[in-house]
Ligand binder design. Structure first.
Ligand SMILES: C[S@@+](CC[C@H](N)C(=O)[O-])C[C@H]1O[C@@H](n2cnc3c(N)ncnc32)[C@H](O)[C@@H]1O
Length: 249
């Protein structure tokens, strides 16, 4: 049983005159979440591919690479995937990036990690996969150029704590690309099923700012069903004294 002081997930807030009605829910305990994803692992890739997430993730990265300036000296991109699941986000990045990258990934669910390892190996890539929580990353400061995180932050009671940890492991000038469940009817279904946050863009940018990351303007780049369920947030770990963000993409 979680402590009654643990942060809750806001579900619904409305003002009625001077009355405020607020509905909040306790998030799944990390152990229960890991068990739920262990059970989901055997069908996760088939399900998300059928719903078009893999292709949509790939278009997202292609768009980020095409529209923005690519870091010319990023010969070997050091990438961390937080909440890698069965690897769809990392594999989409690898297909779009088409250049060498050193991939590290963490997840709480051993079954998801095993599935990710098999898929990444089958794609001819190599990754360092670890069972770890995004709120306590077992890496030194400034270890990565890019952190990606698809549909993991919304699971956390305190996502800003996780984003601050992501900022710690990013090198100054690095960036984070996150997909998060958005405020929509399908987002409400996901929230009811998985007890997640669901966000507006303003809330996503507020999380980034609170963690000391600078939000980058993003046009909603996701397509199909994933566009209806998810928003994309990009944050920069600003270099001290730099005039503007150094863009990897
Ligand atoms: C919705 S799945 C997304 C998987 C993958 N990123 C994708 O987009 O297909 C969320 C993943 O985050 C993992 N996860 C949840 N909480 C986590 C935490 N605190 N630290 C690391 N991974 C976590 C789950 O085990 C699960 O594999």
């Amino acid at each position: 049983m979680q402590s009654t002081n643990a942060p809750l997930i806001p579900v619904f807030t409305r003002w009625f005159g001077s009355w405020q009605i607020r509905v909040e829910r306790r998030p799944l305990h990390p152990e229960a979440l890991a068990e739920a994803y262990d059970r989901a692992a055997p069908r996760w890739t088939r399900l998300t591919d059928r719903l078009g997430y893999g292709r949509s993730y790939e278009r997202l990265f292609e768009g980020l690479i095409r529209r923005q300036t690519l870091g010319a000296d990023a010969a070997l991109l050091r990438v961390l995937d937080c909440g890698v699941g069965t690897g769809s986000f990392s594999l989409a990045l690898a297909r779009a990036w088409r250049k060498p990258m050193a991939l590290t990934a963490v997840d709480l669910s051993p079954a998801m990690l095993a599935a990710a390892e098999a898929r990444i190996r089958a794609a001819g890539l190599h990754a360092r996969l670890l069972e770890a929580c995004v709120c306590a990353l077992p890496f030194a400061d400034a270890s990565f150029d890019l952190v990606v995180a698809a549909h993991v932050l919304e699971h956390l009671p305190d996502p800003v704590e996780a984003l601050a940890e992501i900022r710690r492991v990013l090198r100054p000038g690095g960036q984070v690309v996150a997909c998060i469940t958005r405020h929509s009817w399908l987002g409400a279904y996901i929230q009811a099923k998985w007890r997640t946050h669901r966000l507006t863009r303003e809330q996503a940018d507020r999380w980034l700012c609170q963690a000391g990351l600078e939000p980058a303007p993003v046009q909603e780049p996701l397509t199909g069903l994933s566009g209806l369920t998810s928003l994309v947030a990009v944050g920069h770990h600003q270099q001290a004294g730099a005039a503007g963000p150094e863009l990897l993409f």
